[in-house]
Design a protein around this ligand. Structure first.
Ligand code: UDP
Length: 367
């Protein structure tokens, strides 16, 4: 049986690895010159800093199986992601925790007091927040929402926060203690040699042939018995139902001698600052030491067809279009769609790996 995997990101690599270990030969292609998709990392030639080329990636999961899986292929270094946010020239801690609340309101509340205070500020007309804005208002009230979420979110997504689903905000914790870790997951880390090395390790198997810089063409299909597609779902069907909307990112690189901002990620809340955040890459590897520094200012905008897709938007119109594409996908008996682009889902790295492991299991169980 001949298998083609389109896309050498985490999803494609994991599916290929699982099938290869089960005895199948897999041909993996990717149009880019590197594996790992948008979690690609590489060392900056001038400074030696490991740069997250497509923006910050921190591995975080509660899934022991996924954590064990990545640890087979990479040395995962402990990394606690702590994000700061600049608002009107002052720095606060993100996600919202007791320090953020006390600094923002100029108070010294204890946890129970802050909880009661936020409950008092909360606006939740019918007790059932239906979108991002209502979700935020129901948790922290208008002051914190407008300061920390509205501007950032509208820059990031290019639409009104009230048009976004509440699920986007649910990615972030809200804490009434001084825990300022960005993620609450049990296992968190960053591979010492980067994600590209990790992904290359997953692909390193005698029954996997990986071809980089090779774009998919529909004629290729007839040479294979099964295709795993991790590219854009709409692209596979030649955009026949329309374009599923994505946000893309532009990174403006700059260099600094020393420590530019003292942390890996500084968000910018103000609507009139055009970028959403600045990433200082050397802080993703606190076990290394570099005197120079490489930083990215990150700008978000609507993706055109030629742009790198990052965030599926999934508003009501896209949901309807997605349902149409999902119907087309379900009718394809020799093609399986997976990954962030293949399923048009806001998947984190661990979720992509878990999904690919499940797809592989299901595929193998049917043979
Ligand atoms: N968000 C915000 N202010 C922040 C950080 C996040 O309003 O300082 C919102 C924003 O809408 C973002 C969402 O919370 O898209 C989820 O944030 P997360 O950090 O999970 O986004 P990602 O890392 O995937 O870009």
């Amino acid at each position: 049986m001949k298998i083609l995997v389109v896309g050498a990101g985490l999803s494609g690599a994991v599916i290929a690895r699982q099938l290869a270990e089960a005895g199948y030969s897999c041909h993996v292609i990717d149009q880019r010159a590197h594996p790992a998709g948008n979690c690609h990392t590489e060392r900056d030639p001038e400074t030696g800093i490991m740069v997250h080329r497509y923006g910050p990636h921190i591995f975080h999961t509660d899934d022991l199986r996924v954590w064990t899986y990545v640890n087979r292929f990479a040395e995962m270094m402990a990394f606690d992601h702590r994000v700061k946010i600049t608002l009107s020239g002052r720095v606060h801690a993100m996600p919202i925790n007791l320090l953020t609340i006390n600094q923002f309101f100029g108070t010294a509340m204890r946890p129970d007091e802050a909880r009661a205070f936020c409950a008092e500020l909360a606006e939740c007309p019918d007790g059932n927040p239906g979108n991002f804005e209502e979700q935020a208002l129901s948790l922290v009230g208008r002051g914190i929402y407008e300061a920390f979420f509205k501007g950032y979110t509208e820059k990031q997504w290019g639409c009104a926060a009230r048009d976004l689903p509440a699920s986007v905000l649910k990615r972030l914790p809200l804490r009434f203690d001084y825990n300022d870790r960005y993620f609450a997951h049990k296992y968190q880390g960053i591979p010492r040699q980067g994600y590209t090395d990790l992904t290359a390790g997953v692909l390193d198997h005698p029954r996997i042939r990986t071809e980089l810089g090779r774009a998919y063409r529909p004629e290729m299909r007839s040479d294979y018995d099964h295709l795993f597609w991790t590219g854009k779902l709409d692209e596979f069907f030649d955009f026949r139902l329309g374009d599923l909307a994505y946000r893309t990112l532009d990174f403006e690189e700059f260099r600094y001698q020393g420590d530019y901002q003292g942390c890996a990620v500084m968000n910018y809340a103000d609507a009139d600052v055009p970028y959403t955040r600045i990433t200082e890459h050397k802080h993703f590897a606190p076990w290394e030491s570099h005197s120079g520094s490489v930083c990215y200012r990150e700008y978000s905008r609507a993706a055109g067809r030629g742009d790198t897709p990052y965030y599926p938007i999934r508003l009501a119109a896209e949901q309807r279009m997605l349902a149409g594409y999902e119907q087309l996908a379900a009718a394809e008996t020799h093609v399986t769609f997976l990954g962030r682009l293949g399923t048009y889902a806001y998947l984190d790295m661990d979720m992509s790996i878990a999904a690919a492991l499940a797809v592989a299991e299901e595929f193998l169980a049917r043979r």
